[in-house]
Ligand binder design. Structure first.
Ligand code: HAM
Length: 420
């Protein structure tokens, strides 16, 4: 049997890849305007980074990581998310020594051993940003607004922004106890995962699809925020309102990672089967300290947007994403001498910045014309022995059918002029 791709992965073939490139370019463009710089960190890291950074009690660390010993018997893990690696790089490269805050972005693959379904894969791709070095609530709002603008600019409609505050560790520990009291009477009826979450991370019970009925009437984190957390949260809301970003407060939003403090947020949209969260993020004020030691603690905030989900929702909404671009010119040489001349001419056109192609398998003229159509070539240039002797080439504009004989030497210039 032939070898197939691993479960939960995708081959992104030509035709589809161009749509990814379009989305990625839009992401880079938004980043430029918001002054985020690209960072590329390793795709695998020491396992301990995620255990410490993402949190031992999260689903990601408990059951979803691709962890393996390398040949030196070190435990390595394919990154399940981007934040921990960026924070590690920030600490290791002493980026905290720079006078300005660090605004970083990344686009790349992440890996989680999950049950694949529409919008959920084992290798998926995130566009993420991390702003490290400021606790200013205007930065939380900027991050939320930036994701919102990205979705808007790629033409995704109906994105809802949900926000919450998960407080700081001290208000969360009071809330945790209240939640345990609330769930105590039904503890034995909770699913197996939630029974262990009850002890280790009761907030995650609110997030469990199976135990939703038991969460009805659970206390809200927002009633347990201390003054500092309340002030931060209301300032974030004020900034969002000032920027004209609509949002709803969802006090039950927990997020699946342990590092969040204060603001947590998600973007929601319909169109991917059972999944309505298309992405999310939040503030993480203890993470730099957890990874780098308390002496260099710095607050951070960011988001991770799944790119597969972007494309799925765009498709569901019937939004046309630009794909393969038409070719500027397709060159056909009739006979050996003309064929040789075409090979040289092609290089000239490409050097001049044009996209150009020819046949490489000695097919008949008709088959070559079909190729030109498949490539959506805007011009076809045909060279026969007669033209070659005269130093000219027949140039045909495919949309109009208009033909003209032009000097070979000025083909690149003529094409450029006609294409502009
Ligand atoms: P997350 O909520 O775990 O957060 O993932 C963010 C997004 O990645 C999800 O909303 C979804 O779009 C995409 N995603 C996650 N898992 C899968 C999967 N199995 N298949 C397809 N897409 C998936 C984080 O990863 C945080 N690092 C975000 C963040 C950055 N928070 C602060 N800074």
């Amino acid at each position: 049997m032939s070898i197939q791709k691993p479960k939960g992965t995708q081959d992104l073939l030509p035709g589809v890849v161009e749509k990814w490139q379009y989305i990625e370019e839009k992401a880079r463009d938004v980043c430029r305007r918001f002054n985020y710089k690209e960072i590329r960190t390793p795709i695998f890291e020491n396992t301990e980074l995620f255990q410490r950074g993402v949190g031992e009690t999260t689903d990601i660390v408990e059951k979803e990581m691709y962890t393996f010993p390398d040949k030196g018997d070190r435990s390595m893990t394919l990154r399940p998310e981007g934040t921990a690696g960026v924070v590690r790089a920030y600490v290791e490269n002493k980026l905290y020594g720079e006078p300005d805050i660090n605004k970083l972005y990344y686009i790349g693959p992440m890996f989680r051993y999950e049950q694949p379904q529409a919008g959920r894969y084992r290798q998926f791709h995130q566009f993420g940003i991390e702003a490290i070095g400021s606790a200013d609530p205007s930065l939380d709002a900027e991050v939320i607004a930036m994701g919102y603008l990205f979705y808007k600019e790629i033409g995704l409609k109906g994105v809802r922004v949900e926000i919450n505050s998960v407080g700081n560790p001290s208000c969360r520990s009071v809330y945790r106890e209240e939640l345990q009291k609330f769930f105590a009477p039904v503890k034995d009826r909770l699913c197996k995962d939630c029974q262990s979450r009850y002890e280790r991370n009761p907030m995650r019970i609110l997030d469990c699809k199976k135990d939703q009925e038991y969460g009805v009437g659970a206390p809200s984190i927002l009633d347990f925020l201390d003054e500092e957390c309340q002030t931060h949260f209301s300032k974030v809301q004020r900034h969002l309102t000032d920027m004209g970003i609509e949002f709803v407060i969802n006090p039950r939003m927990v997020r699946g990672l342990d590092y969040y403090t204060h603001t947590a947020f998600e973007y929601k949209a319909a169109g991917i089967g059972a999944i309505d969260t298309i992405s999310g993020g939040g503030r993480y004020n203890g993470l730099v300290g957890t990874i780098g030691g308390s002496q260099i603690d710095q607050p951070g905030v960011g988001f991770g947007l799944g790119l597969e989900r972007v494309l799925l929702v765009l498709e569901a909404q019937g939004v046309d994403v630009p794909g393969v671009q038409p070719l500027d010119a397709y060159l056909i040489g009739l006979g050996e001498a003309a064929g040789d001349e075409i090979a040289k001419l092609l290089f000239e056109l490409r050097s001049a910045g044009l996209t150009a192609e020819k046949d490489y398998t000695s097919r008949k003229m008709k088959a070559q014309m079909k190729s030109a159509d498949r490539y959506e070539a805007r011009f076809v240039a045909i060279l026969g022995d007669d033209e070659l002797a005269k130093g000219t080439i027949m140039l045909k504009e495919m949309a109009t059918g208009e033909q003209a004989e032009v000097p070979i030497a000025s083909l690149a210039d003529t094409l450029k002029q006609k294409l502009s």
